[in-house]
Each structure stands twice: as structure tokens, then as C-alpha cells.
Design a protein around this ligand. Sequence first.
Ligand SMILES: *Cc1c(COP(=O)(O)O)cnc(C)c1O
Length: 388
Amino acid sequence: MKNIYLDHAATTPLSEKAFEAMKPYFSDIFGNANSQHMYGRDGAKAVSEARQTIAECIGAKPSEIYFTSCGTEADNWALKGIAAQLKDKGKHIITSVIEHPAIYTTCKQLEKFGYEVTYLPVDGEGFVSVQALENAIRPDTVLVSVMFANNEIGTIQPIKELCEVAHKHGVLFHTDAVQATGAIRYDVKDLGVDMLSMSAHKFYGPKGMGALYARNGMRIEKLLTGGEQERAHRGGTTNVPGAVGMAVALKEAVDNIEKDAAYVGGLRDDFVKKVLARIDDIYYNGAKDSSKRLYNNANFSFRYIEGESILFSLDLAGISASSGSACSSGSLEPSRTLLSIGVPIGTAHGSIRFTFGKRNTQEDVDYTVDELVRTVEKLRAMSPLYKK
Ligand SMILES: *Cc1c(COP(=O)(O)O)cnc(C)c1O
């Protein structure tokens, strides 16, 4: 039985190096990093080194890194923290229509709390327009949040340009960089962003560990009130093994970024080329220019058939892919992202995302192409919509 994992945008396997580094902090070095004794000091030292490593990987200072329990928490904190901090300045937030649910549903909740949110549209490849952002900024706008790279179609936004426009009008800028971190080399000072979210399990780190970068001098209301952890900005006992594993995984990812991009990107490009050559009535969704697309992402819509049926059939063949995004699959709603780039609703239902990773091989690609061709032919033969 084959076992081919092609869902790295949902999560990645834990790096061996990160796993090894984490182990002592589950056993001997179990102290609470805030305790004033040897056990505590050893934990605190590990957390402080992890913070330093993560800061170096993104061009930040250690004092600008705040650990969180996941990417979702970092996103919630950025949005709700600024909404609360600046409520007397204004109650208008700008985001995009293709954000991950961690941002999108947080904006929906803020609307219930009396905030106004503008959801910027995207073009046919999923890009937000810098001009559209500038037009949407109002005197009462307090925050712009646009994702760095999209989790479904891989489109990479012009973050630096978007951020410049927000700043020109005195508005803070946050980016959800959960998919970008470890996959794209960036420097927060060069990007100019005020806040940035990341999540360890998307770059071969442990699940349940994230971080918010917040530029020094920024003021942000707490999301989790409690003890004095994270320099009194986020209550909750620090996840020491999580912080250690996150730092080791991020450094490994960033140190190997060009090598991994070349290898994994090569597999993805070959996969896309072969699928487009062998299957008709298909759309390749997202950015066409591969320099503006996550190197591991391929997203297709197959006309006349259901994505769920394709997935089920691939799963039986030992291939794990995703229909749209893990976060919205399970609901039978078509993907908001695909509808936003103009995929017709019926076709959006026939969409599959394949996201490749470091452990995939050329053999995985060829086997998956063959199975996909077989699956699509079989399902179309049964589809009343398909006539050939
Ligand atoms: C996975 C993901 C998140 C959520 O991160 P978690 O650590 O799983 O909460 C947020 N944004 C994007 C773009 C993601 O891909």
C-alpha cells in the first residue's frame, strides 16, 4: 500500500532535529520557565535562546517575538489587540476576501462587536491590488491585515507595497505569514510590517506553537490575560518544548530554503505539467508566475466532477490531498478563495489542492499523476454532466 502525503499546507511532519531538541524539555528539564529556581532557569534559558533564533531567522529583535499557542492565536491577537487598543481612533479594519479562517472569522466576530471591515477583492490569480487598498483606507481605519501567501492557491501578495500604502496613511499593517514562513526568505524590517503571524507546524515544527512578531514600540492590548509571561503581554505558562522545537525547525527551514524550493518546486512543476498534459477540462488555479506562488502548491479544478469524490478515490490509492483547505473542508461550502478568483461555483466544487514537501519523491509525483488520470476518467464516465 502506498502512502503519499501531499497535504503540507495543512500540516507538515515534525523535523527529526526539532524532535530531538524538544525531548529533554518533556523529561528532565520540565521546569516552569517563570519559576525562580534551577528548573525554571533552565527552561527560561531555552526559551530565550529559541526567541533569539526565531528573531534572527526573520530579521527581528528577540524582544519583538511573542510566543503563542498557534497561528490562529497570533492572528486573533493582532486583530483584536489592535481593535481594542485603537478603538478611540476608529473602528474600521481592512483585510482581503481570501484570508484564512483565522483572520476571516475573527473579522466577522469584530463586525458583531461593532467594527466595520472592508474585504478587498482579488484578481483572477488571487492578487490584492495596492490601488484598491489605498482607495479603501479611511480616516477611521486602524489596521490592514493581508496574508503573505495563500493557503489554498499559493498566491504571494506584494506585502512590502501594501504595507507602504498603509503606512503612508498612518495605518498599522499585519500579515498572516503562516504559509510564507520557512518557505519564503523575508526580513520583517525590509517588509516594514508592524505585526506578523507564524505557526511552527507549517514549517516542520511542532503543532500547537506559534508566534506573533510585533515591532518594538507598538502598543497592543492583550488577548490572553493572566500571568506575567511573554514580558507581561500574554498570560499562560510557556510551552518550553514547543518554543525549542519551533526555533530548531525554523532555522533548519530557513537555512535550506533555496535547496528545498528547488527540489520541492521541481516536483510541483513536473506534477503540474504532467496533469495539464493528460487531463482536459481542467483549470490551474492561482498565480501563473511561479515566483509569485508558494513553491509547494498546486490547485486544480476538474470540471464535471466533485472534489470530494476525487479525494476519496485518491485516498483509497494511498494519496492524501485536500479539497480546498483543511479548515473549510468538512463543510460542503465551496471555497471562498476559489469563488473570489472567479471559479464558477459548480467548478469550484471539483477542486483539489496538492501541496508537496521535502520527503516527497519523483516516484510520488508519477504515481499520483497516474492515479489522478484514472480517477478523473472513472468519475467523469459516471457523471451525467460530462459528455464526450
Ligand atoms: C494553518 C494556517 C493558520 C492557522 O495556524 P494554526 O497554527 O494551525 O492555528 C493561519 N493562517 C494560515 C494562512 C494558515 O495556513
